[in-house]
Design a protein around this ligand. Structure first.
Ligand code: 13P
Length: 239
């Protein structure tokens, strides 16, 4: 398993359903990894094997994994298949999967356990909708997601948490810096076992706001969607 303690910050590019072979080639020619930070590229799974890990601080991550270990489940990829292909990280419970693919906290829990058993670090995504935020339910929603989706065997060495407010994803909107820091603090304090977890922020991170977000005392890195598709922009964020 990757030793997260070696890195001061963690940056994850989530390409979502974007990219092709020539995009990937160009991206890797231009990508400039900073060795102090852990950089993880989550490409669509069909491209994961083509990602060149030419730097000790650069890793591949899957965007999803099956909740099943093996068997008659057409179209699925298991945690052991990811391990077999040297994939060290995997996103789980992204709000797009929760929204479009009916991924529940229980499924996130099962997927996370399967990944940890195979020495793959799950990046467990949580976040509130705008409606929930407006009703002041953020803390309650996040603590339920944490309680129900993070397995007991998870700890700060083998799992990561990503806080992605649903309303901030792809919208250009972000919480204030104070709000981000405060929510990260709440996440780390909702149970003593989460105190040392690394918590990443995601939602409209770009080169113009990434510094001020990563400098927040409770923020341990960022999960980046749209801005990670522009390699120059991503280089600025991770530098
Ligand atoms: P954007 O950076 O495009 O808002 O997406 C965030 C995200 O969903 C990363 O997982």
């Amino acid at each position: 398993m990757v030793n997260l303690d070696k890195y001061s910050s963690i940056f994850i590019a989530n390409w979502k359903l974007n990219g092709n072979s020539s995009f990937l080639k160009d991206y890797y020619e231009k990508l400039k990894v900073n060795s102090n930070n852990c950089t993880i590229i989550c490409s669509p799974s069909i491209y994961l094997k083509s990602l060149k890990r030419n730097n000790e601080s650069l890793f591949c991550g899957a965007q999803d994994v099956s909740s099943y270990k093996e068997g008659a489940y057409t179209g699925e990829l298991s945690a052991s298949m990811l391990r077999d292909n040297n994939i060290d990280f995997c996103l789980v419970g992204h709000s797009e999967r929760r929204q479009y693919f009916a991924e529940t906290n229980n499924i996130v829990h099962i997927k996370s356990s399967n990944l940890i058993e195979k020495n793959i670090i799950p990046v467990i995504c949580i976040g509130e909708t705008l409606e929930q935020k407006e009703k002041n339910l953020t803390e309650e929603i996040l603590s339920t997601q944490i309680k129900d989706s993070i397995p007991n065997l998870a700890n700060h060495h083998n799992a990561l948490i990503a806080y992605e407010p649903v309303w901030a994803i792809g919208t250009g909107l972000t919480p204030t810096l104070d709000e981000i820091n405060q929510v990260h603090e709440q996440i780390k304090n909702c149970d003593t076992k989460f105190r040392n977890f690394r918590v990443l922020y995601g939602g409209s991170v770009k080169s113009s706001n990434s510094n001020e977000i990563t400098e927040l005392s409770q923020v341990d890195g960022c999960l980046i969607g749209g801005a990670s598709l522009k390699v120059d922009e991503f280089n600025t964020i991770i530098s």
